[in-house]
Design a protein around this ligand. Structure first.
Ligand code: SF4
Ligand code: SF4
Length: 146
């Protein structure tokens, strides 16, 4: 038999959406993000400059091929809309933006390193830098969303 105490405990447990709302209201530490950006500046800046938006990397990603080839799953789109945005904003992003990037950096990529770019851009490494920045701000993949 379930006691009243355990019923109350289960009801009081916040949902993952409620927890996310609390987390999104926190401030990011721009200095901490910039320390990582400084370390990887050459790699990120070169990739953003060199990318010709040719889409040739698209079919090398099994997730892109298996998700009806939507742009959000294209390797170049994933790094440009995550680490690319953080870099261009010089680390001045909101926690809400980082939470939105969580989807791209974990759900849309498994860092399998199978994608290839004829111009030599190492896309998985760029996405891994994005994950590192999110983790530095306490933003992690939520396994309950799988
Ligand atoms: S990452 Fe490489 S293959 Fe993909 S769009 Fe950019 S230049 Fe083309
Ligand atoms: S590393 Fe990510 S983007 Fe590249 S092929 Fe694997 S899942 Fe796709």
């Amino acid at each position: 038999m379930t006691s009243n105490h355990s019923i109350l405990f289960e009801q009081d447990e916040p949902s993952s959406e409620q927890k996310d709302l609390v987390e999104i209201s926190k401030k990011v530490c721009v200095e901490e993000i910039n320390a990582i950006l400084k370390e990887k500046k050459h790699q990120i800046a070169t990739a953003l400059k060199v990318c010709a938006h040719c889409t040739l990397c698209a079919d090398s990603c099994f997730l892109y091929r298996s998700k009806e080839k939507v742009a959000e799953h294209m390797p170049s789109h994933k790094f440009i809309t995550s680490i690319g945005v953080i870099y261009k904003k010089k680390g001045k992003v909101t926690m809400e933006e980082l939470y939105e990037m969580r989807e791209t950096l974990w759900k849309r990529c498994v860092l399998c390193t199978r994608c290839s770019c004829p111009l030599g851009i190492n896309i998985p490494e760029l996405l891994a830098i994005g994950r590192r920045i999110l983790r530095s701000q306490g933003v992690y993949h939520s396994y309950s969303e799988n």
